[in-house]
Unconditional design. Sequence first.
Length: 582
Amino acid sequence: MRFTSKRLEPNLLLKLESWRSRVVLLLCLAGFAVLLGRAFYLQALNNDFLQAKGEARFVRVVDMPASRGAVTDRHGKMLAISTPVESIWTSPSELEIDATQIAKLAAALGMDRKALADRIADSSKNFVWLKRQLPPEQAMRVMALKIPGVFQQREFRRYYPSGDVTAHIIGFTGQDDQGQEGIELAQQGTLASATGQKRVIKDRKGRIVEDIENLKAPREGRSLKLSIDERFQYLAHRELKAAVEANKAKGGALVMLDAKTGEILALVNQPDFNPNNREHVQLKQMRNRSITDVFEPGSTFKPFAVSAALEAGIVKPETVIVTGPGLTIGSKTITDLPHRSTQLTVAQIIQTSSNIGTAKLALQLPSERLWNLYNELGFGVAPKTGFPGEATGKLRPVKTWRPIEQATMGYGYGISVSALQLARAYTIFTNDGVLLPVTFLKRDGDVIGKQIISPKTAKTMAQMLETVTQQGGTATKSQVSGYRIGGKTGTSHKLVGGQYAENQYVSTFVGYGPVSSPRYIIAVTIDEPSAGKHFGGDVSAPVFSNVMTQALRMSGVLPDVEALREASATPRAAVAMAKEPG
């Protein structure tokens, strides 16, 4: 076979000028240089940019919750504690869910289907709570649905073991673990925890696959030990509730103090509420009447006016005062109950609770002296326990006093106080005239009080207050078998719309025991009793007796020797009393 070559046509020949090939080559090299420079810039000089873009897809910063501090009573019994719970959240922008899954998720969460659908409808949102603070078992049922974009987060929920018994003291927290009422609010700075943070790697289903670093360590809240004795708290709650129900009263309050330290051992109110379930709680149930409500104390105030008269030296316990038929000041006439004598000693004025006798003693004193005493006792001033909503009460400026007001304030009208203020004022009769500061926190050191009246006057008043509980006094129902008790009854008309209501009363008793060596002070108020009795000696004094009786026995306080001797008229009775517990 023979091949023949043919000359190509000139038009088919491609001729490229040398300079043009060099330009193409240079352009290619320049492009490669730009790409290499860009790669070097991103990988070496600006690595953070790519790192950030990558981390934005799989690195997350998550919270590390910490537990709020526990609250205990003086003996370490838990009154408030945080328990771990799970909260469910989603990122609508990442959520992959259909109508069937929405129905299943709503059922597992215990939510309305439409409400859930509305909550996740906005796909522009990156974070939405679906339901917070679920029990772990319920959260497990939710997560078992394995819906992409639904996540859980550990939180803590506050639990109150004593429920309604300590509700008015402890208060409660909100969903964000912030104190809302009571000690939880007052001691927020101490109890509050601080949430920590850490950086983690998550997969597309939201599961943590690796911890990268801790950004901020979580801080646990500090625990708090209160002065409250849970045993006395239960006891006081039970007796007050029974008394309010038996007397068909609107409400009630009880405060129990350590007579030597001023520590609040029990504080209860009626009506009450359960802080663990506040779904249907009304505001009136949450009101801490012992601290926030004020009332005119009536005859429980008489010992202070009589103390001022004794301190001034204008009378002695045996001084006779004319107490009948009445005391007219301007257009007003002060009277006593008909059965009282028209002549009483100062001691009998306290024992039988004479308005006229107390008013006459108050009028013999300079008004400035009385005002100073009332003010130093803490009336018109907040008790400074740190508790939210402390009432100051009302003590009018002395320059506005008229004679009738000076007289009526002597027996507890024209002045308003809280149950806590009243209980605290009685510490002068259990501490040789020294007024003690009150507290909700357990005290370990010595207590510094303020000398208000002399020890001699305080002892004299203690003897008078003991006669109130004995035969012939107004508070025989406050007696405690085997112990000497002192105290004072009070029954005041309620001020309604600027006028004293005819049949609405506040019934009060404040007392302490044993007189020989005081351990406890208890103030009881019953608001508007309507079951037929309204005197403090009939309504409030029995509550005092029941609480004091059991508290002294629980504490192992031995009966008074003198009282035991008087009660041992028959040997068998004495033996029975000696064998009583505590």
